[in-house]
Design a protein around this ligand. Structure first.
Ligand code: ZN
Length: 245
């Protein structure tokens, strides 16, 4: 028996680069936003390393960071995301430090999401053709361990407590790109928003149209569950809804 689909009242998406969220979980976020969920999008780096154009030197990095933040904000507007937060860590050098975990913990305690959405912290290789970017894995590790134990543990990061950030327990952690998914979110009604959001990342896509690939991925993920288009997750259920245990 499958339980009814969970829609959080508030959710936080935490990713390393502008566009990561839109390649992966944007259909889910748009669906939740449409249902009234307040979605906060946290982007840890501004993707200022995202150019291999020989004409672009170090001085171009702050310019590219601005361009990419603009692209992400435009994408998030399409998805119905309430707020976008840029932490501006250095692109390509993201590490799962305690200092960064503390920053993310502070955001979780401030915004109190019921669900946090991020990548799989265990993912190193995808198939035999893609090595997961270490920034992606670092972002996923930071988000996972900020959710548990840091956000809910009163005496961890006590200076946050002094600043008024009370502990907060996230109910569900959604990890995209797991080896073995256990939860499928149907995105048939929001895949068009996902594609439109992704297209806002013009500095990365150039002339390439991502529609065909995104539809193929979503078809593949939904196939097993009889869904036309889906995004698949491993979901950690950390706190059950009232009335259930
Ligand atoms: Zn990325």
């Amino acid at each position: 028996m499958s339980e009814p689909e969970f829609t959080p009242r508030r959710a936080m998406s935490i990713h390393a680069h502008p566009d990561d969220q839109d390649f992966t979980v944007a259909g889910t976020l748009a669906k939740w936003a449409r249902a009234g969920c307040e979605v906060i999008s946290v982007i840890l780096t501004s993707g200022e390393g995202g150019s291999n154009d020989p004409a672009h030197e170090a001085g171009y990095k702050p310019i590219l960071a601005k361009i990419r933040e603009g692209e992400q904000s435009a994408a998030n507007k399409i998805l119905g995301i309430k707020e976008t937060i840029y932490l501006r860590c250095p692109d390509g050098e993201l590490e799962p430090t305690v200092a960064l975990r503390k920053e993310v913990t502070k955001l979780i305690r401030r915004h109190k999401p019921e669900a946090v959405v991020t990548g799989d912290p265990q993912a190193v290789f995808y198939g035999n053709g893609y090595i997961n970017h270490p920034d992606h894995r670092a972002a996923a590790q930071v988000a996972t361990y900020a959710v548990f134990p840091s956000a809910g543990s009163r005496l961890v990061f006590v200076d946050l407590l002094d600043e008024g950030y009370e502990p907060h327990n996230v109910k569900r952690l959604y990890l995209h790109g797991p080896e073995k998914p256990d939860t499928w979110v149907e995105i048939t009604d929001t895949i068009d928003l996902k594609i439109a959001a992704l297209k806002k990342h013009a500095s990365q896509l150039k002339d390439w149209d991502p529609e065909k690939m995104i539809c193929e991925w979503a078809e593949e993920e939904g196939k097993e569950k009889g869904m036309k288009y889906a995004e698949a997750y491993k979901v950690m259920i950390l706190e059950h809804e009232e009335g259930h245990d």
